[in-house]
Design a protein around this ligand. Structure first.
Ligand code: AMP
Length: 190
């Protein structure tokens, strides 16, 4: 089973993904985490990514796809993936479909976490105080949300046309949101 956890920055994708991999023993693939690891390691990719991330921009598709391909191709695929923060553009989504088709394990569901824009601002600022993430600040939030609506939100229509979309109300507290996501996943397993 392969799942995409989808939503704007601050909708709770990382939190819900962590709960999912724990419960369903799936493999967590977060491109944001992979980029932050590359930044911490000081690799050339990390240095280039940091510049873009700190401006609230996306890292180029070819860089992201190379990173994801490495993981997907070398994994044994057991229990499948929770894709978190990926795909973020239409070319990423179609490349992911091609990658998974090759392995005969398509995406089963794309779970959209729906959260009001005003609430998103508050959550990201709150996270900024807790995590110290360099891209969680007033200046980049607006840019990241703009980038989301322009480049990432169109994927909702892409997956809707594939009949894979499930919208979950992300305004509830963490446990309740997770309960709703679990119901979606359990319905796939049946
Ligand atoms: P995240 O932790 O998923 O919010 O990602 C943090 C930042 O990393 C994003 O704002 C982007 O700059 C970059 N990033 C993460 N995933 C991707 C992706 N799939 N495509 C392009 N850029 C990404």
């Amino acid at each position: 089973m392969n799942i995409v956890i989808f939503g704007a920055p601050g909708t709770g994708k990382g939190t819900q993904s962590a709960l999912l991999i724990e419960k369903y023993k799936m493999h967590h693939l977060s491109t944001g985490d992979m980029l932050r690891a590359a930044i911490a390691a000081g690799t050339p990719l990390g240095n280039e990514a940091k510049r873009l991330i700190d401006q609230g921009m996306l890292v180029p598709d070819d860089v992201i796809l190379r990173m994801v391909e490495d993981v997907v191709r070398t994994s044994d695929g057991s229990n499948g993936f929770v894709f978190d923060g990926f795909p973020r553009t239409l070319p990423q989504a179609s490349a992911l479909d091609a990658m998974l088709e090759e392995r005969g394990v398509p995406i089963n569901k794309v779970i959209v976490l729906a959260v009001d824009e005003k609430e998103l601002h508050q959550r990201i600022l709150h996270r900024a105080r807790l995590s110290g993430r360099s891209d969680d600040n007033e200046e980049t939030i607006r840019k990241r949300l703009d980038v989301y609506y322009q480049q990432t939100h169109p994927l909702v229509e892409y997956y809707k046309q594939q009949g894979k979309l499930s919208i979950v109300d992300g305004m509830h507290e963490i446990g309740e949101v997770f309960h709703q996501i679990s119901e979606v996943i359990d319905s796939i397993k049946k």
